[in-house]
Design a protein around this ligand. Sequence first.
Ligand code: PLP
Length: 397
Amino acid sequence: MPESYLFSEISRRVSAFKENNPGADIIRMGIGDVTRPLCGAAIEAMHRAVDDEADAASFHGYGPEQGYPFLRDRIAETDYRSRGIDIDADEIFVGDGAKSDLGNFGDILASDCRVAVTDPVYPVYVDTNVMAGRGGAPDGCRHEGIIYLPMTRENGYVPQLPSVRSDVIYLCSPNNPTGTAMTRDELKMWVDYARREGSLILFDSAYEAYIHNPDVPHSIYEIEGARDVAVEFRSFSKTAGFTGIRCGYTVVPRQLTGIGESGERVPLNRLWRRRQCTKFNGASYVSQRAAEATYTAEGRRQIAETIDYYMENARIMRESLAAAGYEVAGGVDSPYVWLKTPEGVSSWDFFDRLLSRVAVVGTPGAGFGACGEGYLRLTAFNTREATREAMERISRL
Ligand code: PLP
C-alpha cells in the first residue's frame, strides 16, 4: 500500500504557508467534515439514553448486532416505505458509519472479484480492495486489477458502462468528490447492466439528504430490479452531523444473492449478518437512540435546517465561481463543488495559487484519481461568513 498522501501533503503545504505568513487568515474550503453542532432532538435523546444506562432496570449492554429494532423500524418506514420503496427492517443493518461497512463488505466477496470504481473516487473503495488483495500490481496512481470508470466533464460526470465485465461496481451518488448526482435514467442504465451481467452494485448514498433535483433518486431501490443487484450504504454523518457520534446503515435485500463455490446461490443478507455477528458488536445504544431522534418531526425539521445552511453555502459558491469565470460542477445535490482549474494549470498548482495568493485551501482533484487532475474540490461545510469571504477572495484573484 502506498502512503495516503493527499491530506498529509495538504497539511504540510498549509503549515509551511502559515510559518511564512503567520498573520494570514486561512479559510479552509477543503473540509470533508460537518461543522454545525448536532440537532437538539439528537442531543436530548442522547441525554435520556445516558440516563437509561445509569439504572439497572433500563441498562443496555450488548445490543443486537444488526441494530435495535426501534431504529431499524424507523429507517424502513421513513427512508423507504413512506417513499413507496419495499424494504423491511430485517434487510437493514445498523453500523457505526458507512466507511466501515463499505470497507468491510468485501469480507463476504470472493478474493478474485473484478472490481470497478469511478475515477475520481472516494478512496475507501479502492484502498480496501487493495488491502483484500484485489488490486493487482500498482500502475502509477492506479491498480492493474481494478477497472476505472472515468467521470469527466466530457461524459457529464456520469460513469459509462465498462467494456470488460466487472463483478462488483461501486457507485456513489450524490458523488464525493465531484458533487454531481445520477438521474433516474443514468442509474437505471447501471441497474440494467448489473442484472444483465450478474454484477453486484455497492451503492453509496451518504449524501442522499442533500438531493434537491426531483429527477435524482434518493435510493437505488427506486429503480426497478435494483433489489436483485444492489446493496445500499447510508450514513447519519452528513445527514445529521454524526461524524463524531458514529451511526450508519446498510441495506441488503433478502433476494440479493451471490454465487457460492459450487455454483449455488447464496443470500448476501445471510452472509452479511454472519460477518457482522462475527466481527461487530453493534453501534452504541446512545448513538442509535440519537439516530432514532432524527426521525421525529422535530428532528426532521432541525436536520433540514442544517442541510439548508450548507446548501445555501453551496449556492453562493457555485454562483460566485461561475460569475468569476470558473467552470463548476456539483453543489446542487451535494455539499461539494468541483471546480475546473484554469487551462493548463494542474490541481496542485491551482491549490498552491489559491493558498499563496488568497489563503484559501481546497482539495486537489488529482488526489482522488487520474481523472481528477485539473480540478479542485471545495466544500460547503464552512460558515456562511467564511464561505462568502473565500468567494470574494477567489473572485478578486
Ligand atoms: N461515503 C462517502 C462518499 C463519504 O464521503 C464519506 C465520508 O466522508 C463516507 C462514505 C463515510 O461516512 P461515515 O462517516 O458514515 O463513515
